[in-house]
Design a protein around this ligand. Sequence first.
Ligand code: HAM
Length: 425
Amino acid sequence: MAKRFQNPKGTRDVLPEEQHYWRRIESVFQRLSDVYGFEKLTLPIFEETSLFQRGVGETTDIVEKEMYTFEDKGGNSMTLRPEFTAGVVRSYIQNGMASLTNPVKVWSTGPVFRYERPQAGRYRQFTQFNVEAFGEIDPALDFEVMSLAWQLYDELQFKNLSFQLNSIGCPVCRPGYLEQLKSYYHKNLHIVCDDCKSRLDKNPLRLLDCKNVQCQPTIQSAPAMKEHLCAECDDHFKTLLGYLDDMKRPYVINPRLVRGLDYYTKTVFEVWAEGIGAQNAVCGGGRYDGLAEMLGGKPTPGIGFAAGLERIVLTMQNQGVEVDPIPGPRVYFAPMGDAAKRASVRLITELRLQGIESVIGFGGRSFKALMREANRRGVRLVCIMGEEEISKNVCQVKDMEGGEQKSISLEEVIPAVKEILSAGS
Ligand code: HAM
């Protein structure tokens, strides 16, 4: 027997019965992007590998372990995007967006790829909705970006959301803090896991992010970046908190929130939702004021976030959020015999041109089989035609709601169907 294929590990087929969640989420994204003044930017799914190495950071888990990297036929190293931000910054620089009116605010959506250990809410191909805003250091922009995230989840009717927030400083204040963090960890080296021992030199900020139970007491008592911010970062953070307080946006200051990508400066945040276990970040983001320069552009501040759509769908399902189904067909054509089929094909083509959702029974099915299909498709009207109807130039239009059936001349079928549908909707 021929081999039956499966989807690759860590990927999902989003079947029609789940699509109404996706459609709802995408429509909320698109509308809110307009409301907040973000314009759409569509980017390639793969980029030069070195863009992510430089942008996301050589010592991050994403670059070290999780990238789908391949050599193309021209011998160039390419990588399926593991996130959007580096590509958006590349495009901002390449397309001279610095000369546009700043802040430049863009949004993108599509699949991203990370070779992670799959589990509920964690996949190797997943979908992000991503926003970025460039060219403005004002903390009011941080608030605006967080506010967009907040409104997104509010409109999707999420319950028990928690905004986790931190500031991880800048090149002025972070090095001094990292020295303190390192010397604290050197004293505690005997009680931390092996991963943390290697993080100590490679990427000390990620020490605070370790999930290993044995490291939690050390993390709890570690010095916090928030206490070591320079005046500019401290002021930036406090101003942002002021906006959040003014607008009564709930947040938790989490000194352990450091994020897994190296480009962040100052504000970092995540949105956690109840109901999807360990993978509870439905969104994550922050400022990256040094990234454009690192990627060869002029110094340009930036801030953004990305939301994972699969996790949003999971949370909506777990929280029992009701979403309207995608409207199915409203009219079913049930022809019996060749002449009836011809007349039905003509009528359904016309009806579809007029935007009425309609389907037809194919093949030479019996009346019983046709009516069974009409029932299963949940249509409002069935247009039945057999030899007798054709000889009289009529069609039987059956209203499945009231059970009433009328004989209507073929010329009148389309206006009659439209009238019944518009009266019933
Ligand atoms: P991130 O936290 O790596 O940030 O990912 C953002 C969101 O993508 C997460 O909160 C989560 O919802 C979703 N996500 C991440 N990994 C997976 C996975 N394996 N399976 C399913 N969903 C996942 C970034 O990607 C940054 N580029 C965000 C950003 C934009 N920062 C500034 N601008």
